[in-house]
Design a binder for this molecule. Structure first.
Ligand code: PEP
Ligand code: MG
Length: 922
């Protein structure tokens, strides 16, 4: 029975909040739904006890108490002592033992348990209650002196580390902490006696270890190890509370976004012992395989051990059963073989728990003299593949319904499945070894390992022989060949919508941009990072989902081929209400997009035909067009360009087999296409019929101070209507010819970068004229096509009601809309975004996830105003945010008809859209 609580603020016994909740057979106060108050562990212990499972009795001190502990200046609330005393008495009764008793002592464990799992981030103390008073009684009772002193040495180690050092804020230099020192004492003794394992230690050894431990604790920490059960318990409770603000826990919360004011619960539970001999054990298991999702009971156990030994990794745990056998443990006996009856009991519990929780669980158990006890259960962490496979299996097994199955896989987990990734264990190792050399923006998901290539040409050459990573200050359209050839792309500059990011994502290629610590010397073919220099051919590894750059090679795993994917996506589509299209510019991408479930193309960027493979001829004609200075010259160049544009559009329309295709008219700043090499410049001047000097004058005149806000988008069509006319003719002729072949297509012509309705009227006049000509040419009575606009400029959002008068549809170009709303250059944000995120000025990169307050406000306004003019106005989004889960949910709520994103993100967008619809229906 507990008598005195050290550090309570007021006298004991004062009535107050209920801080203590019991759990155990027929005495649980809580249940699984009380995670906020009892923490995950406490709530589930209560639930398991309620289910009648063998849970050693105990009690949970609430998270609220932890919060009050900190509010009260790290002092226990006044009424806690009386509540704990009463709870200990009840536990004593249930267990038939007494805490601190000389004859029949009960030992307790003190474990943390926050609302959401923070594995290994907070502290635990086991075997509380062992002292010179209780030890003889326990020895007599158990007739197992070895077990008692093994437990005692564990208590001294844990207690001195957790309560006397960490909770006191003592920060010894690395390697000099008390736990390390005590470990050293034990290792030395083992070495001197030639022991391999802790289990070789005899009673005499353990007794000596305990004495040595206590002496070292006193010497190092200036206080004796407390020889009193009550002091130990309150020390344990206080230390668990304090561990909420321990360094590890605080930084984990930062990463996971867990609020600081949640606090942790403390679970005080009767000890059961896995270290009582060879018929005792401890283990951890998953109700299904957490790596693959296979419906197989999966776990490990250690004979004659306590829980910490499994995690510590000092002994190779035995497999639970045959399914858990692997290379390391194949020689060890399984629990199924050694303790078949206890295994069967555990297996039955596994089935009951899954049925009850309807999810895969992670469980911890202990076997004391062949008797099984359950110490924990919680929803288990899993890989993307496992999440997907389990959702499909559990749905087929009728364990969960469709909406639950769809909600079970996070968009990030699904994304993980679509790209090969770095092996997380190998990545962690590399990180621990200091090989994480810098961070950038996660522009293209997945992983890549390859040799560094500093130019596009070199990447093409190297890529033929072995995987390479193209490293550039930033990429431009001339780099696309090298980008294709490389397995990964790394740039020092640029943001999430920079050229490299857009292209890489479109191809589903791993890419890290804006890694500002890289100092690239293209001529020397070296890159300097934090004082170290890497050269051409040196190996690097990229994690494009996190933006991490590592020196050296890290193992990869191919997560892409999953037979469950199609089944899952079919289920997803049952609940999805918003459309999903793809941004695709070639028949190949269109094909990928369709296979992934895209319902059309939301953005076909015409200019993409001028990059990469087979682009030489159309690019040459485009360059001629750009550098023309008279209408005559331009018309000639435009006519040369026409067949290429028509062929390209036709191929994509055909690949989409009747699904809608939104073709955007030429948009980019023209100077991007001016050739840089003298050879190319000479060839082009000759073809236009001008001198190189004249060519250079014209090229110079195309340069702009602020090209992103310069002569681009609809402005090109306004100045050069013949360029619009050529594109419209290409689109409509392609469509008419396919129509004659029996292939239905309704092209959607999209005018970019508009800011006023007059621009639309101007372009629509050109379109109408060409449409009449095409009708006449093909002898058609009707030509089906739509004309709409991109909404990329805040003014267009504000005047959306007018814009809608001349639009069949809107598509938000949120790359430019974000750029124009924030005034942040989409190509240069990488240089300062990190500071904005670190200082909390921005919560997220607005080029990745829609800024709902600002850009989102404009979108909602434009949707409302546009539909005021046209009730059924079709509205989509084709900026990069269209494939990001939170933005997709926003688009659904804003009433958009569809989102459009790169082909590899289509499944993720489908999932996010379905999840948004399911959430909204709740
Ligand atoms: C946009 O601005 O969001 C868009 C899709 O167009 P681009 O990225 O080609 O400017
Ligand atoms: Mg744009």
């Amino acid at each position: 029975m507990v008598k005195k609580a050290a550090g309570t603020t007021r006298s004991a016994g004062k009535a107050g909040k209920k801080y203590v909740y019991l759990f155990g057979k027929n005495m649980s106060d809580g249940n699984a739904s009380m995670k906020e108050l009892l923490g995950g562990k406490g709530a589930n212990l209560a639930e398991m006890a309620k289910l009648g499972l063998p849970v050693p009795a105990g009690f949970t001190i609430t998270t609220e108490c932890c919060v009050d502990f900190f509010k009260g200046g790290m002092k226990n609330p006044a009424c806690l002592e009386a509540q704990v005393n009463a709870a200990v008495e009840k536990v004593e009764k249930k267990m038939g033992m007494k805490f601190g008793d000389k004859v029949n002592p009960l030992l307790l464990a003190c474990r943390s348990g926050a609302r959401s799992s923070m594995p290994g981030m907070m502290e635990t103390v086991l075997n509380i209650g062992l002292s010179s008073e209780t030890i003889p009684g326990l020895v007599k009772k158990t007739n197992n002196e070895r077990f008692v002193f093994d437990s005692y040495r564990r208590l001294i180690m844990m207690y001195s580390d957790v309560v006397m050092e960490k909770a006191e804020g003592i920060e010894p230099a690395s390697g000099l902490g008390i736990r390390k020192q005590l470990d050293g004492i034990m290792e030395e003794l083992k070495k001197s006696k030639g022991y391999k394992s802790d289990t070789d230690l005899s009673v005499v050894d353990l007794k000596k270890i305990c004495e040595d431990f206590k002496a070292r604790v006193k010497k190092e920490l200036g206080k004796p190890f407390p020889d009193d059960a009550v002091t130990q318990l309150w020390g344990g409770i206080g230390a668990v509370f304090k561990s909420w603000n321990g360094k590890k826990a605080v930084s984990y919360r930062r990463i996971e976004g867990i609020p600081d004011d949640w606090g942790t619960a403390v679970n005080v539970q009767s000890m059961v012992f896995g270290n009582m001999g060879d018929d005792s054990a401890t283990g951890v298991a998953f109700t299904r395989d957490p790596a693959t999702g296979d419906d197989k009971f999966y776990g490990e156990w250690l004979i004659n051990a306590q829980g910490e030994d499994v995690v510590a990794g000092t002994r190779t745990p035995n497999p639970l059963n045959n399914c858990t056998r692997n290379e390391q443990n194949k020689h060890l006996l399984s629990m199924q073989e050694m303790l078949p009856a206890t295994y069967k009991e555990l297996f039955d519990i596994r089935n009951r728990l899954e049925k009850h929780y309807k999810d895969m669980l992670d469980i911890e158990f202990t076997i004391q003299n062949k008797v099984l006890y359950m110490l924990q259960c919680r929803v288990g962490k899993r890989t993307g593949a496992a999440a997907l496979n389990m959702a499909v299996d559990m749905y087929n097994q009728k364990l969960i319904d469709g909406p639950t199955a769809v909600m079970r896989v996070t968009p990030t987990q699904l994304d993980e499945l679509l790209h090969p990734i770095l092996d997380s264990k190998a990545e962690k190792k590399a990180q621990d070894a200091g090989l994480l050399i810098c961070k950038g923006l996660p522009a293209g998901p997945g992983g890549a390992v390859g040799a560094l290539a500093f130019t596009s040409e070199k990447a093409c050459e190297m890529g033929k022989k072995a995987p390479c990573i193209l490293i550039r200050e930033e990429t431009n359209p001339e780099d696309v060949e090298g980008m294709r050839a490389a397995v990964g792309i790394l740039t020092a500059r640029g943001g999430m919508t920079s050229h490299a990011a857009l292209v890489a994502r479109g191809w589903g290629k791993c890419c890290v941009v804006g890694a500002a610590d890289l100092h690239i010397d293209e001529h020397a073919k070296t890159v300097k990072v934090n004082g170290k220099t890497y050269k051409e051919g040196d190996m690097m590894s990229l994690n494009g989902s996190k933006g991490h750059v590592y020196a050296g090679s890290i193992d990869m795993i191919d997560a892409s081929e999953n037979p469950g994917l199609k089944k899952f996506l079919k289920l997803v589509d049952k609940y999805r209400k918003m459309g999903v299209r793809a941004n695709a510019d070639s028949p190949e991408d269109a094909e990928i997009a369709r296979n992934f479930g895209a319902e059309g193309i939301g953005l076909f960027r015409t200019e993409h035909m001028f990059y990469g493979k087979n682009s030489e001829k159309p690019l040459f004609a485009l360059r001629k067009m750009i550098l023309s200075s008279t209408l005559e010259e331009r018309v000639k160049a435009v006519n040369e360009l026409f067949p290429f544009v028509k062929k390209d559009i036709m191929a994509t329309l055909k690949a989409m087999k009747g699904l809608p295709v939104t073709v955007r008219l030429l948009d980019p700043p023209l100077h991007e296409f001016i050739p840089h090499t003298k050879e190319q410049q000479e060839e082009l001047s000759k073809s236009i019929g001008i001198t190189l000097k004249e060519f250079l004058v014209r090229a110079e005149s195309l340069k702009e101070s602020n090209p992103m806000m310069g002569h681009r988008g609809v402005r090109l069509g306004v100045t050069y209507p013949e360029v619009t006319a050529m594109q419209i003719r290409a689109i409509l002729e392609a469509s008419a010819e396919l129509g004659k072949e029996g292939i239905k297509c309704i092209p959607e012509i999209m005018i970019p970068v508009t800011c006023c309705v007059q621009e639309l009227k101007d372009q629509k006049a050109v379109i109408a004229k060409v449409a009449e000509e095409v009708k006449a040419k093909y002898n058609l009575r009707r030509l089906n096509f739509l004309v709409g606009t991109m909404i990329e400029i805040p003014r267009a959002c504000l005047l959306a009601a007018e814009m809608a008068e001349e639009s069949d549809f809107f598509s938000f170009g949120t790359n430019d809309l974000t750029q124009m709303t924030f005034g942040f250059s989409r190509d240069d944000i990488g240089g300062f975004l990190g500071d904005y995120l670190d200082k909390g000025i921005l919560a997220a990169d607005p080029f990745q996830t829609i800024d709902q307050d600002g850009v989102g406000y404009l979108i909602k306004h434009a949707v409302k105003e546009g539909r005021r003019t046209k009730k059924d106005l079709k509205v989509g989004i084709c900026g990069e945010q269209g494939g990001e889960a939170k933005s997709v949910e926003f688009c659904f709520k804003a009433g958009l008809s569809y989102v459009s994103c790169s082909p590899f993100r289509v499944p993720v967008a489908c999932l996010a859209a379905a999840q948004a619809a399911i959430k909204a229906a709740k």
